[in-house]
Design a protein around this ligand. Structure first.
Ligand SMILES: O=C(O)CCC(=O)C(=O)O
Ligand SMILES: [Fe+2]
Length: 339
């Protein structure tokens, strides 16, 4: 493969979801190691999430986002509570990195968040079937994330229970994203950010998305590339805490969302991101096994709570994150407008 070719590997994780042989599991761990080192994004099949569960999830989010704006606004929470409804143009993901949005406007996605691991109560919308459908999907996404960390441990040569020790009361957040604005509500002449450039914050993200284009990922060529999930696949990407644990042996890849505009209208796109972030009191520092003798440590130790709070103060609170120096440098390298 030439250096400039960009390809998101597809990995069938069924040997870990079921009882695969040692050999088949070793092959999965080795493929995943390559994908995490070279791309930071992969497409996962064999995850065992039933189509009926995804159908239920799609119905639930369609039901919620179809509510009128005033009803949706009644579920808005303060910036320091990462739950409930986010109205269009009220977050700027690039501020989680400490870089201004390339287009200098807030992101037009709207979202609804639920989560666990921080002792905060969820808010639930008055939409028939929403709680059941979202909780059922949440449980599957959490299972897939934990299966992935089991593969991570094998791929990194760690003790099988390594991730268990930092994720047994994990901060896990499910964000349901809707990229749609009624015609006339925005000016369609500039470049529009559905969601500004960012890296995910935690350990690993399980992403279900419509096959509508829009997700763009920076490759090793420092260019943006379109990515959509293959049939029956979910996308996986690594977050900053895994880059920190592995001293950048594995990549937390910069991405953004720019849904297509056809005849002056945004083509509606939905995605659902499950962020598996780790225990709030866990300390994340480069693992000995990921640092070569003589290699510099790229990161100081940080707790999950400190790291996530600085990120959310950026994206939700509008307070540019000054602690993400390495991630911001990568963003600037990728986006000439930010230099
Ligand atoms: O909509 C997408 O495909 C990506 C969403 C995303 O990057 C996020 O929610 O962090
Ligand atoms: Fe993301």
């Amino acid at each position: 493969m030439s250096l400039t070719q960009f390809h998101v590997p597809t990995i069938d994780i069924s040997p870990y979801v079921g009882h695969g042989t040692e050999e088949s599991r070793r092959a999965v761990a080795s493929d995943l190691d390559y994908a995490c080192s070279a791309v930071g994004f992969m497409s996962i099949t064999g995850h065992g999430i039933p189509e009926s569960v995804l159908d239920g999830l799609r119905r639930a989010i369609d039901g919620f986002f179809a509510l009128n704006p005033a009803d949706k606004a009644s579920y808005i929470m303060p910036p320091d509570v990462n739950r409930g409804y986010t109205a269009p143009k009220s977050e700027s993901l690039s501020l989680s990195l400490g870089v201004e949005s390339a287009t200098r406007m807030n992101d037009f996605f709207e979202a609804f968040n639920v989560g666990t691991g921080d002792g905060v109560d969820n808010v639930w919308p008055a939409v028939d079937g929403f709680v059941d459908a979202v909780e059922t999907y949440f449980a599957h996404a959490a299972r897939v994330a934990r299966t992935l960390t089991q593969i991570f441990a094998d791929a990194l040569g760690l003790a099988p229970d390594f991730f268990e020790s930092i994720t047994n009361n994990s901060l896990d957040t499910l964000r349901m994203n809707n990229y749609a604005l009624p015609p006339g509500e925005i000016e369609l002449d500039g470049e529009l950010d559905g969601m500004g450039e960012h890296t995910d914050y935690g350990l690993v993200t399980v992403l279900w998305a419509d096959q509508v284009a829009g997700l763009q990922v920076v490759g090793s060529d420092l260019r943006w590339h379109d990515v959509s999930p293959a049939d029956d696949a979910v996308l996986i990407n690594l977050g900053d805490l895994t880059a920190r644990l592995t001293n950048d042996r594995w990549l937390s890849t910069l991405h953004r969302v720019r849904p297509p505009v056809v005849d002056g209208n945004i083509v509606r796109r939905r995605s659902v991101a499950f962020f598996h972030d780790g225990n709030l009191d866990a300390t994340i520092a480069p693992l000995d096994s990921c640092v070569e003798p003589g290699e510099a440590l790229h990161y100081e130790p940080v707790t999950v709570a400190e790291h996530i709070a600085a990120k959310l103060a950026g994206s939700r609170g509008g307070k540019s994150n000054t602690t993400a120096t390495r991630e911001a440098a990568r963003a600037r390298a990728a986006i000439p407008a930010l230099r």
